[in-house]
Write a protein that binds this ligand. Structure first.
Ligand code: 2AM
Ligand code: CA
Length: 268
C-alpha cells in the first residue's frame, strides 16, 4: 500500500480535527444517557456542536492567524487574508449524533481563491481520518484511496440524502429517487453528506447524489472524491457544486450514466 508524508497544512487540519473530536466523543457518550429524559438531548447537542466549532476555529486560527472562515454555525468571518479560507462543518450528521447513532464527522476544507486545495473528513468513532491534497491524492489514515472500479449501474451502491424538515422541499428529488432505485443495486441514506463523499472516495459507495447541500457539507468531501480519481459535478455537469449545492459524485465510469439517469428523471 502506497503511503505519503502529510504536509504542514494537513497536519494543521488533523490536529484541529482530533482536538475537536475528543470533545465530541465525550459528548456523544453523554447523549445516550439523555435519550430517556423527556426533553431529550437537543440542547446538549447544540452546545456540543458549538463547542466543537469554537475549538476548530481557535486551533485553525492559532496555526494560520490570517485565514478567513466559513463556519456552519458562525457563518462567514473575514480574515486579513481573503484569498485563504477554512470551510468548516464541526458536526456533520447532527441528527445521528442526537439519536446516539455513531455516524458523524468533522469536515474541514482549505479553500484558496475559490479552489479547495486541502481537506479532511474525520470520523472519530472508528478513528477514520480521510484527507486529501490537490495533486497529491486522497488517503484514509496513511492508506491511499481510489474510487471503486464498478462500471455497471445494476451492481452499484449509491448514497443519497433525503429532503428534511426546515429546508425548502425539493419535490423533484423523489423523481430521482424513484428512477435510481429501479436501476441500481441499492440506495443508502446514512445522514452525513461529508461521510457519504469520504466513503465514495474509499470505494465503499459507487455514487452519491443530493439536492441543496451547503458548502460546509461538501467542501471537504469533494476534494477527497476528486483526488481518489472520482468526478464531482452538479446535475447539469458543471463543476462548481459549492455554488448550487446540487451534487452528483461517482467514479469516472458511472458518472455519465448517473447524470443521464438524473437528467431523464428530472425532465419526467
Ligand atoms: P448536518 O448534520 O451538519 O446538519 C444530509 O442530508 C445532510 O444534510 C447532512 O450532511 C446534514 O448536515 C444536513 N442536514 C441538515 N439538517 C438535517 C436534518 N434535519 N436531517 C438530516 N440531515 C440534515
Ligand atoms: Ca453538515
Amino acid at each position: 500500500m502506497q503511503s505519503t508524508r502529510k504536509s504542514a497544512i494537513i497536519n494543521v487540519i488533523e490536529r484541529a480535527a482530533r482536538k475537536a473530536a475528543r470533545g465530541l466523543a465525550r459528548d456523544f457518550g453523554e447523549v445516550e444517557q439523555l435519550q430517556v429524559s423527556r426533553k431529550g438531548p437537543a440542547d446538549f447537542v447544540t452546545a456540543a456542536d458549538l463547542k466543537a466549532e469554537q475549538v476548530l476555529r481557535e486551533e485553525l486560527t492559532k496555526a494560520r492567524p490570517k485565514f478567513s472562515f466559513l463556519l456552519e454555525e458562525q457563518g462567514e468571518i473575514a480574515g486579513e487574508d481573503e484569498h485563504n479560507c477554512w470551510i468548516v462543518d464541526p458536526l456533520d450528521g447532527t441528527t445521528n449524533f442526537l439519536h446516539g447513532i455513531p455516524h458523524f464527522a468533522i469536515s474541514i476544507a482549505h479553500q484558496r481563491d475559490g479552489e479547495i486545495i486541502a481537506a479532511a473528513v474525520y470520523e472519530p468513532v472508528h478513528d477514520e481520518f480521510f484527507w486529501a491534497e490537490r495533486g497529491i491524492g486522497a488517503y484514509l489514515n496513511d492508506q491511499r484511496l481510489r474510487v471503486s472500479g464498478r462500471t455497471v449501474l445494476a451492481e452499484s451502491l449509491i448514497a443519497t440524502g433525503l429532503p428534511f424538515k426546515g429546508h425548502d422541499p425539493e419535490p423533484r428529488y423523489f423523481q430521482t429517487l424513484q428512477a435510481m432505485v429501479q436501476e441500481v443495486a441499492g440506495v443508502r441514506r446514512f445522514g452525513s453528506a461529508a461521510l457519504d463523499l469520504a466513503y465514495l472516495a474509499a470505494g465503499r459507495y459507487d455514487g452519491f447524489w443530493e439536492f441543496g447541500l451547503e458548502p460546509w457539507d461538501i467542501a471537504g468531501g469533494l476534494l477527497l472524491v476528486r483526488e481518489a480519481g472520482g468526478m464531482v459535478s452538479d446535475f447539469d455537469g458543471r463543476t462548481n457544486v459549492l455554488a448550487s449545492g446540487n451534487i452528483l459524485a461517482s467514479n469516472e465510469k458511472l458518472h455519465n450514466d448517473l447524470a443521464q439517469l438524473l437528467k431523464k428523471a428530472l425532465a419526467g
